[in-house]
Ligand binder design. Structure first.
Ligand code: ZN
Length: 503
């Protein structure tokens, strides 16, 4: 039966006369003849021809760029007059290459759509398969060359992006959304809390345990480990600074490059965090970052909850408020502590004192109530996850697919096509569900803080420095107003005036 046009695959061919005359088939005409017979043998029909001539181009100083034109045709899948083009024939791979990058661009254009063919005089080659063996020796050499170059380019590009303060490419960092700029509300909150806990003397290990319990996963979907979290907290990205390979990127003046993404914490918080980590390596770090001998590990830095948070509100004879930071002292005879304004010689007025246990209790309640109020405002009711049905449908589809495959009722290629489509969709939905669950969980977080605030179990209970962190986060100070005449010693909470931090 004679071939009809409709049976044949419409292709273009490409020929290039190499400047190297020693090679066989160095003229365009020779190559086109060879391509003609390849096409015939493989059931193809050449619908257009493209050819470049290196030698003449050099002579004339003009590049007649059929190669570029062919790339446009291949990408479009048709000639200018609308004739479909389904592939390309050359004598050999090396005809496609005049400068680095040509081969990759060719593959890119040809495989722009499915079902295209490529052949040299030895036969068809699958350019959709990415393994170099199918690309022939030349392809292998070229792609190795290209991969090296691409890596170098990627490095330079990363460096350039870093200098512009743009985020690194790659996996989404925990705490940010896919755009790597916008904070993820749930994850960034977890990070912020983790930072506070470490700053308040908490261990990375205890945070990791809590996160594991809560089912928090890394962006790659793995459970957190101490090392992973430590690296995350060590990363200057947290405070908006840019790093490459763990080194801060700085400008000519040595100042850190500030990124375009939203920071989770401030640079000073991040530096304080690093100082803690450094100190835990066994060195003590001074406020300006100097390491000075072994670290002092006295956990009772603050014995009382509100030392130096309370301020004296007594009005002095000149009409101004004292404002002195209240100290705390233990009253042995009464078995409890009290807060008092220091003597005049030490910067106070010496004229105000209050029962410690009652002040602590009242301020604790006020701070917890404030935290609860903020959570209510920030997170209105979160309903059930709305995509439950979608997820279970997709999981069902995948199951069905697998069972059909096991019974050999569908082809390999269809199976893997479908699996490749379904699996990422399912993974995405699962991640979405997890985030939703975390959002709902954030609501219960404050309940947990309240419980741990008053817990009877030592290990569970927040220690003084952790509580102080929450208090300091919620308010600037508490002004303690003096009891008026005739009030006696009766504790009056109205005389305590928290100065809340505005969000
Ligand atoms: Zn005072």
């Amino acid at each position: 039966m004679a071939d009809t046009h409709s049976d044949l695959i419409p292709v273009v061919d490409y020929a290039r006369a190499s400047a190297d005359k020693a090679k066989d088939e160095h003229t365009v005409k020779d190559q086109q003849k060879a391509n003609e017979s390849t096409a015939k043998r493989l059931g193809c029909r050449i619908v257009a021809r493209f050819a470049d001539n290196d030698k003449s181009a050099m002579k004339e100083g003009v590049i007649r760029d059929d190669f570029e034109e062919m790339l446009r045709v291949l990408r479009a899948g048709r000639l200018k007059d609308g004739t479909p083009v389904m592939g390309c024939i050359v004598v050999a791979d090396d005809r496609l290459i005049r400068k680095t990058g040509d081969y990759e661009r060719f593959v890119d254009a040809l495989t722009y759509e499915d079902g295209r063919v490529y052949a040299d005089k030895r036969g068809f080659k699958d350019l959709y398969a990415e393994d170099v063996e199918t690309m022939g020796l030349m392809g292998a050499v070229i792609s190795r060359m290209e991969i090296k170059k691409m890596r170098r380019r990627a490095r330079q590009w990363n460096r350039a992006r870093a200098l512009e303060g743009l985020p690194k490419k790659g996996h989404r960092p925990f705490g940010w959304q896919e755009d790597r700029i916008t904070l993820d509300p749930v994850e960034s909150e977890l990070l912020r809390k983790a930072v506070q806990r470490v700053l308040a003397g908490g261990s990375v290990n205890s945070i990791v345990r809590d996160w594991q319990k809560a089912g928090v996963l890394t962006p790659r979907g793995n459970p957190w480990k101490n090392q992973t979290l430590r690296l995350t907290l060590r990363n200057a990205r947290l405070c908006g600074w840019r790093t490459i390979n763990g080194e801060l990127v700085t400008d000519d003046d040595g100042d850190p490059i500030v990124g375009t993404w939203e920071p989770v914490i401030t640079p000073s918080q991040w530096q304080a965090l690093q100082a803690i980590f450094d100190a835990r390596k066994g060195k003590q770090i001074t406020y300006n970052g100097e390491a000075v001998g072994p670290i002092r590990t006295d956990p009772r830095e603050h014995t009382y909850l509100l030392t130096s948070i309370l301020r004296c509100g007594r009005i002095l004879p000149d009409g101004s408020m004292c404002g002195g930071k209240l100290r705390a002292g233990f009253e042995k005879d009464r078995g409890r502590h009290r807060y008092f304004c220091h003597t005049k010689g030490s910067g106070g007025c010496g004229g105000l004192a209050r029962r410690g246990d009652l002040v602590d209790e009242f301020i604790s309640e006020a701070v917890l109530a404030k935290l609860e109020e903020r959570v209510q405002e920030a997170r209105p009711d979160i309903g059930p996850w709305p995509k439950e049905k979608e997820l279970s449908d997709k999981i069902e589809q995948l199951k069905e697919l697998k069972s059909r495959f096991a019974q050999r009722r569908i082809s390999n290629s269809l199976f893997f096509d479908e699996v490749e489509r379904l699996e990422p969709e399912i993974a995405k939905l699962r991640a979405d569900r997890q985030r939703h669950a975390l959002k709902a969980e954030a609501r219960t977080d404050v309940t947990d803080i309240r419980r741990r605030w008053y817990s009877e179990i030592d290990e569970d209970r927040l220690d003084i420095s952790q509580k102080r962190t929450y208090i300091r986060e919620a308010l600037h100070a508490v002004i303690v107003h003096p009891a008026g005449q005739g009030r006696g010693n009766k504790f009056d909470p109205n005389l305590l005036e928290p100065v809340w931090r505005e969000d």
